[in-house]
Write a protein that binds this ligand. Structure first.
Ligand SMILES: Cc1cc2nc3c(=O)[nH]c(=O)nc-3n(C[C@H](O)[C@H](O)[C@H](O)COP(=O)(O)OP(=O)(O)OC[C@H]3O[C@@H](n4cnc5c(N)ncnc54)[C@H](O)[C@@H]3O)c2cc1C
Length: 307
């Protein structure tokens, strides 16, 4: 069977595309590893999504998913590993060895946390090292932990962890933290957070679980050991595009280039929306807006295709 549309990703962009596509009566399949994407990992309340003055990421995304599931749409929980266009049709392969076919595809695969790329990172994933404070934070009750990254995400993670952990360090590579003033003030008020600037992470160590990290003071060049049982990585994200290479063009940040008007890539019938594309302002509302725009564009594209 050939779908009208396959949507890859179940974050805000993909879910919105799914709702719009179903309402246009497109025969649609949404394939996603999980629902919520980065929103499900958000540690503090979301305060900038209209209609909700403050809502947790999990609550918001559950509402999105419920809305999606009310539509006539097929959903597969799986990971897309390859995407090709043969003739006028797109072929999509998944990790569980399924193959699907569609006339159009919307890539809404968002972004994955950027890895640290230091010794010990791979060994300690799930053994004290985490990319998701909301998922793993509760395991660190009364422990000392370090958050790597002094931007807004790092500070929000520290705020969330301050309700759980005994002591929190924020490790910032540069000379100054980059978080908004408001987040800096909240962190200060917790009385539990120590900020280390000019600090370059060198290694994560321990026996079976993390027991410390090694970092270098960029100014004095001194090597220091910090005793912590948890390491939370908040150094930004990278577009999740490993399954699509030759069908799209990328910018220098590996984001997919699209036309502003309709989010179409260089390949007719292939669209990219949300954090995965070159859009400058990466927010829930912008991801949703692009999801809507692309689904409506797919409808128009398929009309032309018919004639
Ligand atoms: C810590 C943090 C705090 C934030 N706070 C806010 C905030 O307060 N307000 C705000 O507006 N925005 C906030 N953002 C930004 C916002 O979360 C993103 O802009 C938004 O989630 C982007 O949506 P998306 O659908 O494009 O991608 P994502 O949310 O990344 O979702 C991508 C989806 O695609 C799936 N996927 C990925 N690869 C594949 C594959 N190969 N096969 C199948 N499925 C795949 C993922 O599992 C996921 O479901 C925050 C982001 C972070 C990291």
């Amino acid at each position: 069977m050939t779908y009208d549309l396959i949507i890859i990703g179940g974050g805000p962009a993909g879910i919105t595309a799914g709702i719009y596509a179903a309402r246009q009566k497109l025969n649609t399949l949404l394939i996603t590893k999980d629902f919520g994407g980065q929103v499900a990992r958000k540690a503090v309340a979301i305060e900038n999504y209209p209609g909700f003055e403050g809502i947790s990421g999990l609550d918001l995304i559950q509402r999105f998913e419920k809305h999606l599931r009310k539509q006539k749409i097929d959903i597969e929980r799986d990971e897309v590993v390859k995407l090709k266009k043969i003739g006028s049709k797109f072929l999509v392969w998944t990790k569980s060895k399924n193959k699907f076919e569609a006339k159009a595809v919307i890539i809404a695969s968002g972004a994955d946390p950027r890895p640290l790329e230091v010794p010990g990172e791979k060994k300690f994933i799930g053994r004290g090292l985490s990319y998701c404070s909301i998922c793993d934070g509760p395991l660190f009750s009364d422990k000392a932990v370090v958050v790597i990254g002094g931007g807004n995400s790092g500070f929000e993670t520290a705020i969330f962890l301050s309700k759980i952990a005994k002591k929190i360090y924020i490790l910032e590579y540069g000379p100054k933290v980059r978080a908004d003033q408001i987040n800096q003030e909240i962190v200060k008020k917790t009385g539990k957070v120590k900020i280390l600037t000019n600090a370059a992470l060198k290694k994560i160590q321990g026996k079976n679980f993390v027991d410390s990290i090694i970092y270098q003071d960029q100014k004095s060049k001194k090597i220091n050991t910090l005793k912590v049982e948890g390491v939370f990585v908040e150094i930004g994200s990278q577009p999740a595009t490993s399954f699509v290479k030759d069908l799209v063009d990328f910018n220098e940040r590996d984001e997919i280039k699209v036309e502003f008007e309709n989010c179409q890539t260089k390949t007719p019938g292939l669209f990219a929306v949300g954090d995965v594309n070159v859009g400058r302002y990466k927010q829930i509302i912008t991801a949703c807006g692009e999801g809507a725009k692309a689904a409506l564009s797919v409808y128009d594209y398929l009309q032309k295709f018919k004639n």
